[in-house]
Design a protein around this ligand. Sequence first.
Ligand code: HEM
Length: 469
Amino acid sequence: MVMQLLFDLPSAAKNFYQSDNSGVAPNPLPGTNVPAHHRVGFMRHHAASKYLNGAHLQGMTERFVETFKMRIMSSEHISDDQWTELPDFQDWLQKELFRSAMRAMCGPHFERLSPTSADDFWEYMRFIPVYGKGLPRWTNRAAYRARDRVLGAIMRWHSHAVEHAGCEPRADDSIWDEYWGAKIMKERYAYATKTEHLSAEAKASEDLAMIFAMNANAVPATVWFVLELTRSPELLLRVRKEVSAARIKLPSGEPSPDPFNLDVHVLGSSALLQSCYAEILRLYMTAALMRSPERNDYILGRWRFPRGKLIVLSSRTAHHNTDLWNQGTPDDFHPIDKFWSDRFLGVPDDEVRVGPARVLQTDKEGPTVTKSPSDHDNTSTKTDPEIKFSMERVSAGGWVPYGGGAHICPGRFFAKNEMLATFALISTAFDIELLDPDMHIEPNMDYFPIGMLPPKPKLPFRIRRKTTA
Ligand code: HEM
């Protein structure tokens, strides 16, 4: 359904997908009888978990960082010593992020073959709420033409990659090549071809879903992250210290003289940056997580969910639950619907920064510091070892921007790297200010519950290259 509405999957492919009832695990569900090369659910799931991790993740992150750095450093729009005013921060940043992330995932030919692809993708994203309604094409021709352009770009890239590099996976395939980009993209195309049931249009829809997964949430999350961290001068001072501490060390132990030579892993282990990252996803992510009991009816307390029926869970309900979340104290109040950089920090002897969950009367021991999920680095901040990042009591169902269980988002590690590295590079290279620093920036609820809510208004801003980077 989602595949048809948002990504224009042809009906024949939809029927083919629906005939795969074998699940996503390596072993097919008992009682199913789908040929191995028709197990599209498993193959898609397997490729994502395998190729968005380890060396593949590192390669993609390095390529993203290298491209983004090169693009912002060589941007001709931004002058060296004076402020440049631009009409919309979101529009500026999202196109740069899309181009850099796409080079990391699909290689350089994607943009070369379709030079307007970044504009076309964000035009397509603008119409996501329209496609979601499933109205016929004539009700909004501009929306459907925007999607056709993106699908056309994907088909051009597929034909070019097949022509130059084939699509048969080989043992000596590297983790990235210039035609397919990251290995996951070639693998996905190869298994789609092996099914013999997916047309060129269906393969393009499949990859539109992947390109959407990569950009639709991570990019607006990064836009919010940079916005919130640069808006408050006090917070900016604190986070810049964390960025400086992430400079790669020379063999002598001295920090590298190149301020852009940053260790993304060190950035990701800063308690303050992790807290800001977790808070952005808490505040603005609105996923409708869908599940269906596969084998038997599912019993939860006095509720029964019949086998095969759809269950939908809203991440926003969990993320805005005032019974769960720490909102500070009456004297230092941090409402659930406002960004608070320190919500996920645990600070000894601090009454306000007690970790993300509300302290209950029954809590005898006071603030403790997390047993956080393995995705997070629960280490001390680089600048103050007493301050810890905490997921205490919110990790099991309270904080679910990436879903959970077998279907948990496999791109979450890349997303975190993208958010942190982007902020670190931008804050090292530029000063950025909104033209109206007190402007109220609402999230755009038209995107509820599709995913990350982007900022609603245009954000006129000024930017200046830092001379003392
Ligand atoms: C802040 C950024 C992101 C957020 C909040 C996010 C969130 C999600 C959510 C909620 C799901 C569904 C999980 C479930 O049903 O339990 C999902 C699935 C998925 N995401 Fe992400 N995502 C992000 C970034 C990314 C990136 C950067 C990539 C790729 C590089 C990616 C690739 C995927 C894929 C392939 C799936 C489908 C997994 C499956 O069904 O097996 N995501 N994501």
